[in-house]
Design a protein around this ligand. Structure first.
Ligand code: ZN
Length: 158
């Protein structure tokens, strides 16, 4: 288990575009596992590599209530999106805040898994929101740029 420091809003790394991963080697696997450890420790449902200062196209997500369904996506791309949902969104890089964002209600993402096999992940509702949010991080976009209205404070324990 290794935890990495989560970068917060204002850190220039969050505005940069991450580079594709060319090979899923042991170093990439270790990075992905560290990202999962870091996400779970912070009680998040998703984390993108730039949030720990690594400009590689890797995201981890787990929207299950029990926190036992980790998804690791390497070089993810949205291949289809439909519908829309509007609701509150938060980010580990913007602690204690949330804001209203409109996202597709259903998305399909194609990516490599940790075995460098191509997989497709289809998500609706919260998973669709998490996929869009985390993929945005790979292009240097933090959700605060998409917020409708103002950010508001959230209970840190929520
Ligand atoms: Zn985020």
């Amino acid at each position: 288990m290794a935890f990495r420091k989560i970068r917060t809003l204002g850190d220039p790394v969050l505005k940069k575009t991450a580079k594709p991963v060319t090979e899923v080697n042991d170093k990439i696997k270790e990075l992905a596992y560290d990202m999962l450890d870091t996400m779970y420790a912070a009680n998040g449902v998703g984390l993108a590599a730039p949030q720990i200062g690594v400009l590689k196209r890797i995201v981890v997500i787990d929207v299950s209530p029990e926190g036992n369904q980790p998804i690791v996506l390497i070089n993810p791309e949205i291949v289809s999106a439909s519908g829309s949902q509007t609701g509150d969104e938060g980010c580990l890089s913007v602690p204690g805040k949330a804001g209203c964002v409109t996202r597709p209600n259903e998305v399909t993402v194609r990516a490599w898994n940790l075995k460098m096999k191509e997989i497709e992940v289809k998500g609706t509702e919260l998973l669709a929101r998490a996929l869009c949010h985390e993929l945005d991080h790979l292009d240097g976009i933090v959700y605060v740029e998409k917020v409708e209205g103002k950010l508001h404070d959230v209970n840190a324990e929520a």
